[in-house]
Design a protein around this ligand. Structure first.
Ligand SMILES: Cc1cc2nc3c(=O)[nH]c(=O)nc-3n(C[C@H](O)[C@H](O)[C@H](O)COP(=O)(O)O)c2cc1C
Length: 190
């Protein structure tokens, strides 16, 4: 295979899964932001690592309470997720949005009702960077749609049913690999 060295840093062609992080602000109001710098760690048990760049409401809320939820983004959720990823939590516009949420079963975090997989996370370690921060998290609970816990149905069928969204090249992709639009486009539907 012949390869080209790139002139800029990018993760193009390395698809990522998307999550909506749910936090509570000082008034107990739920805020959701869209995130893709999310992966897993091993520390005697499965954990999560998440990176937040710059300053945003999600980061402020996590610093105050040390807990948040991470809710898997599906094709059905994409217009809302895109909106939440392109609208700052501090803007009055975002505050007016009505989102169906429920309380975490183990931690005091807002969980997105329409997401089929939600993690309830506690930050065990903050790793500050120059203009970002990595958070190493303990998973206190994983909520899955009942359909995903069915033994008789295989993972391929379940994944096709929930259809998680992938992103790379500043574009969203369906579970089957079709383009669902550039960042900032799907939100036009809400
Ligand atoms: C597709 C997509 C992925 C994003 N991933 C991240 C991420 O991993 N880390 C980050 O700091 N911001 C990320 N953002 C930006 C946040 O979603 C954005 O700053 C949002 O306003 C955060 O919500 P908040 O202002 O309510 O905290 C992403 C935005 C988009 C559109």
């Amino acid at each position: 295979m012949s390869k080209t060295s790139l002139a800029r840093l990018t993760n193009d062609y390395c698809p990522q899964t998307l999550f909506l992080y749910g936090t509570y602000d000082d008034e107990g109001k739920a805020d959701f932001g869209l995130f893709c710098w999310f992966s897993y760690v091993w520390n005697g048990e499965l954990g999560v690592m998440a990176c937040i760049g710059g300053n945003k409401l999600t980061k402020e809320n996590i610093h105050k309470r040390k807990v948040f939820s991470a809710n898997l983004v599906t094709e059905e959720l994409l217009p809302l997720a895109d909106y939440l990823g392109n609208t700052a939590g501090h803007s009055p516009e975002k505050e007016r949005l009505k989102i169906d949420t429920e309380e975490g079963r183990v931690l005091p975090v807002p969980v997105l009702t329409a997401s089929p997989v939600s993690y309830e996370l506690e930050v065990m370690q903050f790793v500050p960077l120059h203009d970002g921060e990595v958070m190493i998290c303990k998973i206190h609970n994983i909520l899955q749609d009942d359909m995903l816990t069915e033994k008789a149905v295989g993972p391929a069928e379940k994944l096709a049913a929930i259809a998680p969204v992938h992103t790379t090249c500043t574009t969203y992709f369906s579970w089957k690999g079709e383009s669902l639009g550039a960042w900032g486009e799907p939100m036009a539907k809400i």
